[in-house]
Design a protein around this ligand. Structure first.
Ligand code: ASP
Ligand code: MG
Length: 421
């Protein structure tokens, strides 16, 4: 529908009564500027974490269907409260659950994928001049159960709705004012990026940047949704995610991204025969474990065993260990070593595609800091190193500096770098 915008507010932006009111005012301001507004809200503050804890307090293995019934309530609270404020401000608002909003998903509880968006009810409400508030992070499965979309899933709700109602933009309001060249808590002089390409954003989201759920970026790219990540606490423009041809800054390196929520699993004594890797990674996939970098060392000489290492998020560690139990017995592995103290530092930039020497420079910089690299992994626009978790901040700072990522920062952005020093 013409003139429609989707505004998504993250958990910190609706954390208390004051912030809900502020979000409501922003929504109303858009309405008064002549826009039709669909707002997607996250659960308030730490609500989702608290609900997860509540589940584990009563059950060691909470039933996934019931987990989704529980978790979906967080975003419903935010929407109902915000609708109350908007009504009090003299506008018409209606809150909808994901299911009422027509978000249909597959049946994988706690990590469902959207398969269809039937946004009729949203369109009707918009046509009646209502602001529509949709509970993020949830839908209804093809078998009519409530599902949730995985942590950070409200971003994907927002993008999916923006595609369904053909919104002119999907605005993601958070507590940071955009996407930065590095985490400003580690690098105070990090620069806010005005634009990033979808390819870069995908790599950033999959390397630990928490601004957007990875799936929401994939969805936006596939459906041509324009994304704007901005602060809910100010009016300054944030970061716009655009097609690569539209990036105005075309730097060699865009950002340094890190994650310390990583673990490394090494399987030793893996039989060197066809099918071994297939059975290991099938078992992990069936357990819903998202595996990142995989390295296999081919044994030299007449050896009959190989070593297979892979990284994964610490969130998936318990599931991975459980899935590897039977595999260890089946394949008669020598050992399963788990190292939870690793971190990942990646540098990302579309410009490196056509530029030799970037990897060499990364390794040189880390060597000067005496940081040992355990695993290296690259894509055409990303170089990732796996290092000790406690060395991640120095690595991020050193790389940010070596690649001059803060140039033109302070004048351009005023404030942020100064304040956080
Ligand atoms: N409340 C959910 C979470 O914390 C979804 C979201 O906020 O995007 O992951
Ligand atoms: Mg989020």
């Amino acid at each position: 529908m013409p003139n429609t915008v989707v505004m998504k507010f993250g958990g910190t932006s609706v954390a208390d009564a004051q912030r809900i009111k502020r979000a409501a005012q922003r929504i109303v301001a858009q309405r008064e500027a002549g826009k039709r507004v669909v707002a997607v809200l996250s659960a308030r503050g730490h609500t989702t974490d608290e609900l997860i804890n509540a589940a584990y307090e009563v059950s060691a293995h909470p039933d996934p269907r019931e987990m989704d019934m529980l978790l979906s309530t967080g975003e419903r609270q935010s929407c109902a409260l915000c609708a109350m404020v908007i009504n009090d401000l003299g506008h018409k608002a209606i809150s909808l659950t994901g299911s009422q909003a027509g978000i249909v998903t597959d049946t994988s509880h706690t990590r469902a994928r959207i398969v269809d968006v039937k946004a009729d009810r949203i369109r009707e409400a918009l046509a009646e001049d209502k602001v529509v508030l949709v509970a993020g992070f949830q839908g209804v499965s093809t078998t009519k159960d409530v599902t949730t979309l995985g942590r950070g899933g409200s971003d994907t709700t927002a993008v999916a709705l923006a595609a369904a109602v053909k919104a002119e933009v999907c605005e993601i309001y958070t507590d940071v004012s955009g996407v930065y060249s590095a985490d400003p808590r580690i690098v105070p002089e990090a620069r806010k990026l005005h634009t990033v390409s979808f390819e870069e954003m995908l790599e950033m989201a999959s390397s630990g940047a928490k601004v957007l759920q990875l799936r929401s970026v994939e969805y936006a790219r596939t459906h041509g949704v324009s994304l704007h990540c901005r602060s809910s606490f100010g009016d300054a423009p944030g970061t716009v995610v655009v097609d690569e041809e539209q990036t105005v800054e075309n730097p060699l390196i865009t950002s340094v991204v890190h994650s310390v929520d990583e673990a490394l699993i090494t399987l030793t004594g893996v039989p060197d025969r066809p099918g071994a890797a297939a059975s290991i990674f099938t078992a992990l996939a069936e357990a819903g474990v998202n595996v990142d970098t995989i390295v296999q060392n081919e044994p030299k000489g007449d050896g009959v065993v190989a070593e297979v290492s892979f990284t994964l998020s610490t969130d998936d560690l318990a599931a991975a260990e459980a899935a590897l139990g039977p595999i260890r017995a089946d394949l008669e592995l020598a050992g399963v070593e788990v190292d939870p103290d690793v971190g990942k530092v990646s540098i990302i930039g579309a410009g490196m595609r056509s530029h030799p020497g970037v990897a060499a420079k990364v390794f040189q910089v880390l060597a000067e800091e005496e940081i040992n690299i355990e695993i290296i992994h690259t894509s055409p626009i990303k170089i990732t190193t796996l290092i000790r978790a406690d060395q991640v901040p120095e690595a991020v700072r050193a790389l940010h500096k070596a690649f001059n990522l803060s140039v033109e920062d302070v004048q351009a952005e005023g404030g942020f770098a100064e304040q956080s020093r």
